[in-house]
Design a protein around this ligand. Structure first.
Ligand SMILES: [Zn+2]
Length: 396
């Protein structure tokens, strides 16, 4: 991925300056020096340590594996449900960018329980395959293992294979699509890349950058593939996210550009009601910013949901902009959001973190608890999208 611009609302000016100073990839500042930045709307409340209590007061409580309702008084629960449904009505619109929000229905009693510990085991297993650049034997082996896990979880698994023309020649690539059936035609797409950066000079294993997104998707498979879903849930593992030489519009995002074009050509892309992309979400000290290249209403829904469930500390009310696998879908009119974290602490040489695209992107820098944070926020957001869809007529 590439960070292309910072619209900073950072509380610490130094931190902001460091983030502007991008790493390996060229940085484009969209505003001229002295130019006026577009207004930044502050949405939601920065959460504090008291917020989990607030979440409980709204009828949700965190349990070992997820959230359950009903541990507070009926009055509080009713008030909470009302607030949550209002939120869904406000922000959970149909998937096409800019479309109108729909009415929400009854909130489910409990959410599927995302297990960050299990996802962390998957992350370690993926790293054990070694460096996994596109076209490599190790990526093929990891793909076979991913597919075996998906099938064990009860998913229907498809391959989207193609040959990419790259600066290093023709490279075979394969996206993996796991499909969890839904009652309605609409699709919620959860996605991430499973390839790792091609580096001849270092041993790059991509525990966080490539490993975390694939591991998260495997855990989602266990939650959704055997569940009775209101909407279809597609889990998409993109190949070829990373540049093979240097990041450009044509040397990057191979898998997502291919799949978006394919779905657009057969019309299926119109069924996608929301796409949530995950990338680098396992750092022990996780920070996720609001990506300004993502769809605003879905970004707002996710960050409000994060605050509600007590993870405002990780989902920051600060803005940045990313070029990542969501972009081809945004360009085709899909409501899509990139949840992109960090790989180590920010430094002057790398705004994505000290270990980003280095041999230090290893398992010891990652944590199960960060995977849990992101997993629970995504699960809660999926529930909001499902609720919103319940109030919408079936597409023709
Ligand atoms: Zn990367």
């Amino acid at each position: 991925m590439r960070r292309v611009v910072i619209l900073s609302e950072a509380k610490n000016p130094l931190h902001s300056a460091l983030r502007v100073n991008s790493g390996r990839h060229p940085l484009v500042i969209s505003q001229p020096p002295g130019g006026i930045l577009p207004p930044i709307h502050c949405i939601g409340v920065r959460m504090t340590s008291e917020e989990p209590a607030l979440s409980r007061a709204k009828g949700l409580s965190m349990t070992n594996g997820g959230f359950q309702s009903g541990d507070q008084s009926a009055t509080l629960l009713a008030a909470g449900v009302s607030v949550l449904i209002s939120l869904a009505s406000l922000f959970a619109g149909p998937g096409r960018t800019g479309s109108k929000p729909a009415a929400a229905a009854r909130r489910p009693e409990s959410l599927p329980a995302f297990n960050g510990g299990r996802a962390f085991e998957d992350l370690k297993r993926l790293v054990a395959f070694g460096p996994r650049p596109p076209g490599s034997k190790a990526l093929g082996e990891s793909r076979a293992w991913i597919q075996s896990q998906l099938k064990a979880a009860g998913c229907s698994v498809e391959e989207d294979s193609f040959t990419a023309s790259t600066p290093v020649g023709e490279v075979p690539m394969t996206n993996i699509i796991a499909k969890a059936a839904g009652a309605k035609p609409g699709i919620i797409m959860l996605a991430g890349h499973y390839d790792t950066l091609r580096r001849a000079d270092i041993r790059f294993v991509g525990a966080n950058d490539g490993g975390s997104s694939a591991a998260m998707l495997l855990e989602f498979a266990r939650l959704y593939c055997l569940r009775k879903n209101p909407l279809n849930i597609w889990l998409v593992f993109f190949d070829g996210e990373e540049a093979l030489v240097n990041w450009t519009a044509t040397d990057s995002l191979y898998g997502s550009r291919h799949l978006a074009a394919k779905l657009a050509s057969d019309g299926e892309i119109a069924r996608i009601q929301g796409m949530i992309l995950l990338d680098m979400v396992a750092d022990k000290h996780l920070n996720i910013y609001k990506d300004t290249n993502s769809t605003t209403w879905l970004t707002d829904l996710i960050f409000k949901t994060a605050a509600k469930v007590g993870y405002g500390k990780e989902f920051l009310d600060e803005k940045s902009a990313y070029g990542d696998d969501h972009q081809p879908f945004v360009d085709d009119g899909v409501a899509a959001v990139d949840l992109l974290g960090n790989v180590g602490p920010p430094t002057a040489s790398s705004s994505f973190g000290a270990y980003w695209h280095t041999a230090e992107d290893t398992v010891d820098k990652c944590s199960a608890s960060s995977l849990t944070v992101v997993g629970r926020v995504v699960v809660a957001t999926v529930a909001e999208l499902e609720l919103a869809s319940a109030g919408r007529p079936r597409p023709h």
